[in-house]
Design a protein around this ligand. Sequence first.
Ligand code: ZN
Length: 278
Amino acid sequence: MIHMKALTDFSKICIHTITNKPWNIEECAAHYASEGIKGMTIWRNVLENHNIYKTGEMLRNNNIEIVSLCRGGFFPSADKNKRLKAINDNIKAIDEASELGAPLIILVCGADPAQSLDESRHQIKDGILAVIGYAEKNKIKLAIEPLHPMYADTRSAINTIAQANDLAEEIDSPWLGVAVDVYHVWWDPSLEKEIHRCGKHRSIFAFHMSDWKSPSADMLNDRGIMGEGCIPVRKIRGWVEDAGFDGFNEVEIFSDKYWAEDQLEFLHKIKKAYLEHS
Ligand code: ZN
């Protein structure tokens, strides 16, 4: 039986820095701290020109928990040099996560339209196998995030939780799991079943929320706040929790519309929607 309980407080809310893209990391930290946001997922762009260790300290001093680093992956390419470059970049991301104090890296696995999806999938597996030992050595977990199939040309050849589960089971490392992002997987008729399969292996490492606006004006940058679209966010959260996940509920919204607005007002809308719709 699925519980559909509303969230009643902000003890498990996490916001991705990309959600408030106009803010730098210092502004994110200050506003999240004063608004009672407990967790932060950090996109690598906000770390540019920063001492990463000190940035982690600054966040901890603001009582903000670093939930994950976004993002690694992008393993496939028809060009062997680009594949090697991608592996080096993932090693660098693991180093950055260690310095920052982030326990987890989200993998957007990648795809190359110059080759078949099958070939890209093989290269994703090879790429993860090439870095998983280094991740384990540094005690950093990696989460495969399946992306909506509309991104299968360039962003990810892994498009369903079933594919992510298959890949995680083949590689079979406690340091490799799956990130469930409602925006990418809400349409999948096997979603509930695959979430439970993932939970059985204790492999749900992250849960990302937003909404699918109908109509959607842009494939990338028109995500909605929870409750604004057609994704049953609360129901999916119930499945994820029934499967044993008890981590943060991460708000990840790419939106040209909201990025153009006052970011503090946007944050207030997110908090209201968090309690009412997620
Ligand atoms: Zn996500």
